[in-house]
Every structure is written in structure tokens, then in C-alpha cells.
Design a protein around this ligand. Sequence first.
Ligand code: PMP
Length: 410
Amino acid sequence: MVASEVRALFAVAARPEIVSLAGGMPNVSALPMDAVAAMMADLVTERGSVALQYGSAQGDPSLRETICTVMAEEGIDAHPDDVVVTVGSQQALDLVARVFLDPGDTVVTEGPTYVTALGTFAAYQARAVHVDMDELGVLPEALAETFARLERAGRKAKLFYTVPTFQNPAGVTLAAERRLRVLEVCRRAGVLVLEDNPYGLLHLEGEPMRALRADAPADVVYLGSFSKTLAPGLRVGWALAPSAVRDKLVLAAESAMLSHSAFAQLAVDRYLRTQPWQEQLKAFREMYRERRDAMLNALQEHMPAGVSWTRPGGGFFVWVTLPEGLDSKAMLPRAVQNRVAYVPGTGFYADGAGQRAMRLSYCYPPPERIAEGVRTLAGVIRGELELWETFGTTAHPHSRGPQTPGPDHS
Ligand code: PMP
């Protein structure tokens, strides 16, 4: 296990004068705090003897039922018995990795992909192999070729890990017309799909996407989370898995933590049963839509020619690609000196790719700060381009990355 290289930056990026487009923290201040506080107080008064007691490793039955109602929004028809509640979807990822991965195994995943998933696979000594995406998500033909190539090399893939909807970090969504094809490619290759979907209900236009799991219940382990639709501080996520896999996940959960926080589970269940959560989701979507638009408009207005970016339909992230010759990690100290931060693209690949890319997030700063940050960043990129065009290098004698470690809220 190794710390992510960009961790050091986050302590610096957290300084108030810096516009951080780096973190992925949901904006929980948009929650009705008084209503949530009253609900928590009622929970302790009315059900304290259960909420403050040990629970089961599979999770509270009433919450598992409510989770099925939430998943129905994305076309999933599931039974509460097949749901395992976890400590955020991150723990679900870890449990799936623990159950399936042996040292030397291969996980196929999008390029780029969620940085902490790469960390989890590495912790189980599995290797990640990337498959390219375009603006419609992962390329089914490239996926099929990757499976075939691995099989020929005697390294059959164990899992296809995918964030098909509003991907972290690329902000790309697998198009509806590609979804069945991707499932078919995985089925033919005999590879289990691990669908990680924390952002699906944060669609900023139209209706929610249909989850991959909705069309292939036996072939997909689905991961969900309340971190973005309610609050990450409660640490409640879940896995929905075919029953044989579910049993193993429960055993793995038991050995990892005995039982999940009963309090957090009952709080989420009560929130979903007593509060207008659909209305709250609409409020979150409106807030994030305004921020996404602020970012896309500022990119359009300020970025020099040769810079390109994705246009997310939901979630938190835009993926920016710099012109030839520029290196986003080398540029980062200069960006921070100019008071803007982002995450360099290489962190989202297991193989060193992504040098010209960066992830920008629009979830946390208010719209005017986002616009200011993008304008500053465009100025830094322009400066780099001038160096590159004049000297054929952007190397700078005084550039040194920040040294202090800090949290990585990704
Ligand atoms: N998967 C993805 C793609 C994410 O972006 C995140 C959060 N950044 C997680 C999983 C983990 O979320 P949590 O553990 O808070 O549910």
C-alpha cells in the first residue's frame, strides 16, 4: 500500500485562499440541518436501545428494504436479502476485492478510473489493466479485445470494475445503446461486472440512467452509496450481489468489522422514510447543475486553443486534456502558487498514463469561485504553453511540490 502522490497537495489546497477544484467533497451544507438534527434526536429517544446496540453484519432489514426502493429509481428490481450494507461503498469495494482477488489477478477497468479503487486492487496485489473510453463511455470492442489478449497471455480477467454513470474522474457516462453490448462482452468472456454507482441519482438532466445491474442480475455486483445523495459522514453504502456472492460478502464484513454502525443505518432509514428525500435530491441537482454550468462556461470562455474537456451529464467531475508537451503534474506547483488546485491525471491510471490530463471537480466551491479558479488555471496553462513553445520544455528551476501530507477527499 502506498499513499497517493497527490495527497501532499491537499493540505495546501485546503488553505482558504486557494480555489480547490481538486477534492470531491459533496456539499452537505445544502441539507436541512435542523430537520436532520430533530430526526436524529427522535431516533435516540424512540429507538435508542436498537440504534446504540450491535447490529448484524448484513445490515438492518428495514434499511435494506429502503435501499431496494432507492435502486428501483435506476430500474433495479432487487430483494432486500441480496443487499449487504457497508461502511460507504468503499468498504463494499474492499470486501469484493477480498472475496475475489488473489495476488497476481487482473482487474480490467476504464482508463482513467477511480483512484481509490486502484488503491484497493493494489492492496490485494491485483493488477489493473485499462480500457479506453470515448465520450460515450468504455469502448465495447476494446473491452472484448482486452479480455481476449489477457486470456491468450494466461491472465484471464477476474473482474470488470466500472463506474458507468457520471464517472469519477472522467465525467463520462456509458451510453444507453452501449450498455447491453458491454454486458454481453463480459458474459462471453466469463468476467464478473463490478458496477460502482455512487453518482447515478445526481443526473443534471432528464431521467436517471438504467443501471447495468437492471439488465443482468446474475452477472453484476452493484455498489451503491448514500455519500453523495445524503451525507458521506454517515458512511453508509451497500453491495447488491447474486446470493452466493452475497453470503461471502457477509462473512468478509463480519471479519472486517463485526457489525456496521446500527445508529448510522437507522438514521439513513429514518431519513428516507420520514424526510422528503426526493425533493432534497432535486435541490442537490439544482445546486450541482449551477456549478457544473459555471465550470463549463468558464472553460469555454478562458481556456486556450488545444485544451479539451468532457461535458458531464451528472456527478461531480470534468476531465481536462492539455495540449501536447504539457504535463499536469509538473504544472501543479505553479497552479497552487497561483491559488488554484486540481488532481493530475496520472493518479487515475495504474500505468503512468494521463500525464496531459487533470480532474476538475465542481461539487464544492460556489459558482463564482469555480469561475475564478478556471480563469486562473487557464492563465497558468497559457504560461506553460509559452514556455513550451519558446524553449521546448516547461521545466522550471524552482518548481517543487508541496511537502505536507493531508487527507485526499476523492
Ligand atoms: N466509488 C466512487 C467512484 C467514488 O467516487 C467514491 C467516493 N469518492 C466512492 C466509490 C466511495 O464512496 P463512499 O465510500 O463514500 O460511499
